[in-house]
Design a protein around this ligand. Structure first.
Ligand code: BGC
Length: 511
């Protein structure tokens, strides 16, 4: 492991250099990759609640919803085919993210982003022009491939470009773009649902081409990261790039650390075998548990199905789409709280506070829905209760937006040693996509069977994940990435997995 920095978990020592406009510009362009992911998350819920879309592609769901006026509210929209439309994307992204880790390593990060953008554009065009369900689903799969490539390469790119003390903030630009993508999609749905003639859904799906073009064209202008240049045998260019992005000639220490870390990485022939070694047990656990728990917060019930959910509690079409816009805006604004706090208050504080707030909101929403529809799903929602539900959902979304949302991408990306960071990131994306798929696929069925208890179900998981963070997730704020092993070494539980040879002598973290 390379030298040059001293671990200080209370603040962190820095390499020389400043935050240049160039690095900020490059980070914003790369973070556009989050837009395509967010746009997908936000668009499908609104589209699947449009009558014209249902009539064209899922007439049986439409009939069922129309005929089903007096009975069970919980089961109105339960259709496996309809959920497959939403969730097929995430299975494709899962598979693609594994392939993307090789492209990202061998060809460089920008070409993964470029490739992802191009495939995504194809998916957007196919969806906008769809005349049957197969075109829709194939289009969604292409979108998924694009998302898989972007989610694999963008967080790695951001972490490598960022100076250490701004790692949290710059990483969260990715999540910020996700939330902006979601709210733009919500707004577009709100507008297109009003288009007479029933082709509004085509506009919603086709406009996914806009963020696709942004990341495709933007990636062509992105510089390669110094790490990737060294890895691919261009050491001189790497040094020049480091000087440019740090705005100083004095990059010797950081450059040597990059070269040393890259040398070490080259010794590893089988990152996927290496990741299973005992000393990598702690970060491996994080890269599986954190994305799993992120999805078990239940956030995508709101993100995918907010309009459907709001219809379920008795809102009209317009009010349902409007409420989705409101939760989307709360999501964006609350992400700024995380950007400001993450490198100050730290990751653990945000996780624990966010978890507690989400739990309280889930109990309130479950109790209110239960008090109206009971277990039969029959009942009349009052205006006051409906408004309270929307407010509680907004507080829930805000809590997610400054805790599990951004931290679900940040923490797994910063805990792996360089030699297996790429494999670790693939693991993170794959687990995230797998459980996003499950939630997307199963939510309507779960709502139909668990009824209001669904909110308590997710609340139960929030309790478990909050205890998990309290017990097992150490604070990583301000700790240089390559020194993370010392954090595990002094952790009450994880220390037994780290032998003395795994750390280096003389660099002891402050207590
Ligand atoms: C999650 C998505 C979620 C989004 C909401 C992301 O961090 O990975 O599944 O829809 O946040 O803002």
């Amino acid at each position: 492991m390379a030298g040059g920095v001293i671990v200080d978990t209370s603040g962190g020592k820095e390499y020389p250099g400043k935050v240049t406009a160039y690095v900020i510009f490059a980070s914003i362009v790369a973070a556009f990759g989050g837009l395509i992911f967010g746009y997908d998350i936000g668009i499908s819920g609104g589209v699947t609640s449009m009558d014209s879309f249902l009539l064209d592609f899922f007439p049986s769901v439409y009939q069922k919803a129309k005929l089903d006026t007096s009975t069970n509210q919980y089961c109105k929209f339960d259709s496996a085919l309809l959920t497959l439309f939403t969730s097929s994307l995430y299975l494709a992204a899962l598979v693609a993210s594994v392939c993307a880790s090789t492209v990202t390593r061998v060809a460089g990060r920008k070409w993964s982003m470029f490739g992802g953008g191009v495939v995504f554009l194809g998916g957007a065009l196919l969806n906008g022009a769809a005349t049957n369900v197969s075109m829709l689903i194939i289009g969604r799969i292409l979108l998924g491939v694009g998302v898989g490539f972007a989610n694999q390469s963008v967080p790695v790119y951001l972490s490598e470009m960022a100076p250490a003390r701004l790692r949290g903030m710059l990483n969260i630009l990715f999540q910020l773009m996700i939330t902006i993508g979601i709210v733009i999609a919500n707004l577009i749905n709100y507008g297109t649902a009003k288009i007479a003639g029933g082709w509004g859904w085509r506009v919603s799906l086709g406009l996914a081409g806009v963020p696709a073009i942004m990341i495709t064209v933007g990636s062509l202008f992105l510089p390669d990261t110094p790490n990737s240049l060294i890895e691919r045998g261009h050491p001189d260019e790497a040094k020049e790039m480091l000087k440019r992005i740090r705005g100083t000639e004095d990059v010797g220490a950081e450059y040597e650390d990059l070269v040393a870390a890259s040398e070490e990485a080259k010794q590893i022939k089988h990152p996927w075998r290496n990741i299973l070694e005992k000393r990598n047990r702690p970060p491996l656990t994080m890269s599986i548990c954190i994305p799993f728990f992120q999805q078990l917060t239940g956030i995508n019930v709101i993100m995918f199905y907010a309009p459907v959910l709001f219809k379920t509690i008795g809102f009209g079409d317009d009010a349902s789409l409007m409420s989705a816009v409101i939760t989307g805006l709360v999501n964006v604004v609350a992400t700024f709280v995380s950007i400001i706090m993450v490198d100050r208050a730290g990751r653990r504080f945000l996780f624990l506070q966010g978890g507690t707030q989400m739990l309280a909101c889930q109990i309130i929403v479950g109790a209110l829905i239960g008090s109206v529809f009971g277990t039969t799903g029959e009942g009349e929602m009052t205006k006051v209760k409906a408004v309270f539900i929307v407010i509680a959902i907004c507080f829930y979304v805000a809590a997610f937006a400054w805790s599990w949302g951004p931290l679900g991408w940040l923490v797994p990306s910063e805990v792996f040693p360089l030699e297996i960071r790429s494999a670790g990131q693939s693991m993170n994306v794959s687990v995230n996509m797998l459980f996003t798929f499950f939630i997307g696929q199963l939510f309507l069925k779960m709502l139909c069977t668990m009824k209001f208890g669904l909110f308590f179900f997710f609340g139960g998981w929030v309790i478990i994940m909050t205890i998990f963070v309290y017990m097992f997730v150490p604070e990583t704020k301000g700790v240089p990435i390559e020194e993370m092993v010392l954090v595990w070494k002094q952790h009450w539980f994880w220390s037994k997995y780290i032998s003395d040879e795994d750390t280096h002598v003389g660099k002891k973290p402050k207590a």
